[in-house]
Design a binder for this molecule. Structure first.
Ligand SMILES: Nc1nc2c(ncn2[C@@H]2O[C@H](COP(=O)(O)OP(=O)(O)O)[C@@H](O)[C@H]2O)c(=O)[nH]1
Ligand SMILES: [Mg+2]
Length: 259
């Protein structure tokens, strides 16, 4: 049996983190070896609530990690990918801690072992079969336009630049090609470009995505322009993927296991 890690990035999601952990019922846990909640220095009660959930569910294989400093969403991926490599996992599933997605959408992937045949299985919000709830038409349209722009550059159909439900094979991560990728929410966009540069075999599967009580921290317009620049630079010279995309060169992405 392969060892599958679920990584839940969590930053200020005290209203949702328990709902996310409660998604892991018996059926889902059949496929999961371990779950890690990576608290990215939340300033609310996220950590306390996650710790309480773990204490109340001793039978569930969950651990709580706390980043040594706020590394952003991208930096939290780096922490989790290291954890997966150092602890003998074969695959990592990323599920955002703010309860916008549902792990159940990956049950068909887990049951059929679809992930074994590909480097990445990426949840797609903008594909036939996807379900969006509480997403404005404007935002949906903007996302689809960006998917097309990326598709043009990487010459492959792209159905999402970065949903909050993805699965990566650890063997693909092993050379840590992503080390200098952005530490913020643009990490995933870079991963799409990397799939082109390094010829990763990526596949999209439709997922559901909801926005009810979540607060998005994305500064949409600001990010939209920066993403465009990133894409343009890569189009001109794909070699830029090896450059340092970070605002701050963090030496090591470290976290402590606290529960
Ligand atoms: N914004 C933000 N999110 C983080 C950070 N660290 C981890 N996350 C998690 O990353 C996920 C996505 O962030 P979110 O702001 O919801 O972005 P959006 O869903 O793409 O609008 C959430 O599960 C956050 O809890 C961070 O430093 N900043
Ligand atoms: Mg979110």
């Amino acid at each position: 049996m392969e060892r599958i890690l679920v990584f839940i990035p969590a930053y200020n999601c005290e209203n949702q983190i328990i709902r996310v952990l409660a998604q892991f019922d018996e059926e889902v846990l059949k496929y999961i070896t371990e779950i890690i909640v990576v608290n990215n220095r939340s300033t609310d009660n996220t950590e306390m609530l996650a710790a309480a959930f773990i204490a109340q569910h001793r039978d569930m294989p969950i651990r709580l990690l706390r980043n040594r400093s706020n590394y952003g969403l991208g930096g939290s991926h780096k922490v989790a990918f290291d954890y997966a490599m150092n602890n003998g996992f074969d695959h990592v599933i990323v599920l955002h801690g703010d309860d916008q997605g549902s792990i159940k959408d990956f049950l068909p992937v887990l049951r059929s072992r679809y992930y074994k045949k590909h480097d990445c299985v990426l949840g797609a919000r903008f594909m036939k079969g996807s379900k969006l709830q509480g997403y404005s038409a404007f935002r949906t349209f903007g996302n689809i336009v960006y998917d097309f722009l990326f598709a043009f550059v990487v010459r492959k159909k792209i159905y999402d630049l970065g949903s909050g439900l993805n699965m990566y094979s650890v063997s693909m991560l092993r050379n840590r090609f992503y080390e200098k990728f952005p530490d913020n929410l643009m990490f995933n966009y870079c991963m799409i470009l990397a799939s082109d540069y390094y010829d990763h075999d990526i596949r999209f599967v439709p997922v559901s995505w909801r926005e009810d009580d979540q607060v998005s921290n994305v500064k949409m317009m600001n990010q939209a322009f920066r993403v465009l620049k990133m894409l343009k630079d890569y189009y001109r010279d794909p070699g830029v993927i090896k450059e340092d995309y970070r605002e701050l060169a963090v030496e090591a992405y470290e976290a402590d296991v606290i529960a």
